[in-house]
Design a protein around this ligand. Structure first.
Ligand code: ADP
Length: 232
């Protein structure tokens, strides 16, 4: 953790976080500490409804050198459930709701900061692949000074029942408690429609690439990689 810059507002969730290349305060405002030059993370977003395959595609991309994958849901699931943030995750996710923005973005920034500190994510040479965050407009706004979003890969699956079938399979295979219950699944899909989808408008159609998520994973990955290669 670093000191706040002179005149910096002291924020409820702990002031500034050292991200290796820039200082980021609790509102996601970054400063490099070298004059006014501020380096944002080159970022690709994997976006879509629960069950659309964000995690699968994120992992594929993250296995390629010079890409670093971070899934917000995995960050939450790795928490000790005895901690306040772990408790908040259990409480909200078990109801199919989003964890409050302040907790989520603070946690995400701390984790990314750790990854930079450990040299797992090297922002000067690696692209960041995010799935599950930003998950609403407010999070996108908070993160705007930290991430330079190059492309949003929107994995589309208008067939809700197909998503529900995928989620139920995942409940068994991955032991996901939030996928096990019909009511929670439906609530999560509604949360996605009402709260997450506006993120697409926030970034604008020119940045969004719609991809049919019902295709085989290899076909989706092929499309994502072609887009990145065509517009690096
Ligand atoms: P999925 O995309 O399949 O719903 P995730 O693993 O991304 O699953 O997320 C699981 C749960 O974790 C969400 O339903 C939500 O409660 C919480 N969560 C994950 N990411 C965020 C986020 N960015 N903001 C708020 N809550 C989140």
């Amino acid at each position: 953790m670093g000191e706040a810059f002179e005149g910096e507002e002291v924020l409820g969730w702990g002031g500034t976080v050292w991200l290796g290349v820039l200082w980021v305060d609790g509102l996601g405002r970054g400063r490099s500490g070298f004059g006014d030059i501020c380096m944002k993370y080159r970022t690709y977003l994997i976006f879509g409804a629960p069950g659309a395959g964000k995690g699968t595609q994120g992992k594929i991309l993250g296995s390629i050198p010079r890409f670093f994958h971070c899934a917000c849901g995995d960050v939450f699931r790795s928490l000790d459930t005895r901690t306040p943030v772990g408790q908040a995750f259990l409480e909200y996710s078990s109801r199919g709701q989003l964890v409050p923005d302040e907790i989520t973005v603070k946690l995400w920034m701390a984790v990314i900061g750790d990854m930079v500190g450990l040299h797992k994510f090297k922002p000067d040479i690696d692209a960041l692949v995010l799935d599950g965050i930003p998950r609403n407009r407010e999070q996108a706004e908070i993160m705007t000074n930290v991430i330079d979003v190059r492309r949003v890969f929107h994995l589309t699956c208008p067939d809700r029942e197909a998503l529900i079938t995928r989620l139920k399979k995942r409940a068994v295979k991955e032991n996901r408690f939030d996928d096990a219950n019909d009511e929670v699944i439906r609530k999560r899909l509604t949360t996605y429609e009402n709260e997450s989808k506006p993120v697409l408008e926030y970034y604008g159609e020119s940045k969004v690439c719609h991809i049919d998520a019902t295709q085989a994973p290899v076909a989706v990955a092929h499309r994502i990689l072609s887009e990145i290669l065509a517009n690096p």
